[in-house]
Design a protein around this ligand. Structure first.
Ligand code: NAP
Length: 282
């Protein structure tokens, strides 16, 4: 048996077409601001990719590329300025920040209505309360992939390995919201292999290349690989390639969950733009 590959590119293209059609009906053009500090090559590439898709869809964008030596006060001042800009719908702060900067107060300073990454504590609280809100893009992309391929979530056991605020925790909230039974595992979890083997849907968001071995996967499971590591110049996921012989469905790496993260950011920008115009709050 060889797993069916769940193409993130295919799902992202379908979402892009949906967003382009929706944009054409809007009487305004949503606007997204990228804030990047320093020239970290990965951050430069990520922002370039996000900006490229935003522009292809016809969103308005602006890039604030700040010098590496930016101070906390300068960054906070920029966020305040972007919050106050009425025509701006989304603010994306590209992480990580240089070591002199603390991301937490900056993320908390972003207007929750413009928080297209879904990291603000108010949006996190709404997510866990089951209220509609802006949801972190990577876990939202996982749900979207499953929906696109009509793979049911309700009643299934989702085991998520990794409990970051970026991926694991919001993924747990989303799967719970879709009536999965959720196990959230991490580095101190005991008996991880046995737990993972119980999963109908296994999410690997660890950051360790090839961590998930075939012995950790129930035959016929759906495996969603979020991890990205560079090994000897090659991009690798958290899931060992041999898992394809056990799983029924598997996201490839690259071309799986990554493209969905970028596409969901556009979804969030449109959602933020429409919500702000329904309930103007600055
Ligand atoms: P993170 O903040 O470093 O979190 C990693 C998580 O993995 C932690 O919860 C950690 O547990 C857990 N972990 C580490 N070693 C483990 C082990 N041996 N057994 C079980 N759990 C273990 O990373 P992140 O931001 O969530 O990102 C995870 C990966 O996804 C990275 O490779 C990142 O590059 C990638 N990523 C991909 C996308 C995408 O679009 N595909 C988007 C974002 C991130 P503790 O909490 O106990 O330390």
């Amino acid at each position: 048996m060889s797993a069916v590959l769940l193409s993130g590119h295919e799902v992202a293209e379908a979402l892009a077409a949906e967003l382009a059609a929706e944009l054409a009906t809007l009487p305004f053009i949503p606007k997204l601001a990228f804030v990047r500090v320093g020239e970290d090559p990965a951050s430069v590439a990520y922002v370039r990719g996000k900006n490229r898709l935003a522009q292809r869809l016809g969103l308005a964008t602006e890039l604030h590329a700040l010098p590496e030596a930016t101070t906390q006060a300068e960054l906070m001042a920029l966020i305040a300025q972007l919050n106050a800009e009425p025509a701006l719908d989304g603010v994306l702060l590209q992480l990580p920040l240089p070591p002199q900067l603390d991301s937490k107060p900056v993320l908390e300073a972003i207007d929750p209505a413009k928080d297209v990454d879904g990291f603000h504590p108010m949006n996190v609280g709404r997510l866990w309360s089951g209220q509609p809100t802006l949801v972190p893009c990577t876990p939202a992309g996982l749900i979207r992939i499953l929906d696109h391929y009509q793979l049911p979530i309700e009643g299934r056991h989702a085991v998520i390995i990794g409990r970051s605020n970026l991926v694991g925790k919001p993924a747990a909230a989303l799967f719970l919201g879709r009536h999965a039974t959720v196990t959230l595992a991490h580095s101190r979890t005991r008996g991880l292999e046995g737990l993972a083997r119980q999963a109908d849907i296994l999410v690997a968001a660890i950051g360790k290349a090839g961590f998930v071995k075939p012995t950790m996967v129930k035959p016929g499971a759906i495996v969603l690989d979020v991890g990205i590591s560079r090994v000897e110049g090659r991009l690798m996921g958290d899931v060992a390639p041999e898992v394809a012989a056990v799983a029924a469905y598997l996201t490839p790496m690259p071309g799986g969950t990554g493209p969905m993260t970028v596409a969901m950011l556009m979804r969030n920008t449109l959602d933020a733009a429409q919500a702000r115009r329904r309930e103007p709050c600055g």
